[in-house]
Design a protein around this ligand. Structure first.
Ligand SMILES: [Zn+2]
Length: 258
């Protein structure tokens, strides 16, 4: 799908953190880059810019990966007068969304290849992450920052993409019944022990978090979640990486409820 891969230093919260802080990807945000590719590239590779996208579609329709999908980009972290119905208060939206930009600074014009390229990536991501290809799962930056980014990605392009995807209607009641494979790197009855494990994992670069779990005997456990994946294969790979550190690890299915 990608014709080139680059690694922007602008990813993760705090910066440089891998993963998404335990958040699952639920939606895709669209952007206009505001410039030509060469200029975008230099900006996004500049560690002081604090700007990036997971991917960008160039004028010729080719897709470039800038922040690996499993990591959070610096695309739409500023929340100001949001209208997006899936917003999670207090959580940086980059952590639970992917971002896709197209090059250009004119909202009203785009190349036919850019439209095709955008649709191709949206369909691939939708399939890979189980994201419905319609609003509000596909959203515009203007829905997160209605004040500062009202023009991003531009209504004509955004509406055209939504129309091409086949459904312009807004779905105000999302139903998220996907089952994720959660990688558990330790389950503890004592919260302090779970915290020690969680800190250890975070120190070595895993973006883990603690989840409460009540078992069938009504016992409360603190589980250290070190990743969740739609595909078993990816969960197994993560579990093996943690097991290699000598830590007990298991995988359990987790169905999210909206
Ligand atoms: Zn934007």
């Amino acid at each position: 799908m990608y014709s080139a891969f680059f690694q922007s230093p602008n990813f993760g919260y705090p910066k440089g953190s891998f993963g998404r802080g335990g958040h699952e990807i639920i939606a895709i945000g669209l952007h206009i880059s505001g410039a030509h590719w060469e200029s975008n590239y230099h900006h996004i590779m500049n560690p002081r810019a604090n700007a990036s996208y997971n991917a960008i579609i160039r004028d010729d329709g080719s897709a470039v990966s800038l922040v690996a999908e499993e990591n959070a980009a610096y695309s739409h972290g500023r929340v100001d007068r949001p209208t997006w119905p899936l917003i999670r208060p207090g959580i940086n939206p980059n952590l639970y969304t992917l971002s896709l930009a197209r090059t250009g600074s004119n909202q009203n014009t785009w190349t036919p290849e850019q439209l095709t390229g955008t649709l191709r990536v949206l369909r691939a991501w939708g399939k890979k992450y189980g994201i419905p290809l319609r609003r509000p799962y596909i959203f515009g930056h203007f829905e997160i920052d209605g004040q500062g980014r009202w023009y991003c990605p531009g209504a004509p392009f955004f509406n055209r993409v939504i129309a091409e995807l086949g459904a312009a209607a807004c779905d105000p009641a999302p139903v998220l019944n996907r089952t994720w494979q959660r990688v558990i790197a330790g389950s503890f009855k004592r919260l302090d022990l779970a915290r020690v494990r969680n800190e250890l994992l975070r120190t070595i670069g895993f973006n883990s978090f603690i989840a409460r779990h009540v078992d069938e005997r009504n016992v409360l456990w603190y589980r250290v979640v070190a990743g969740s994946y739609l595909e078993q294969e990816n969960a197994l790979r993560q579990a093996r990486a943690i097991q290699a550190l000598g830590l007990d690890t298991f995988i359990i299915p987790h169905t999210e409820r909206s």
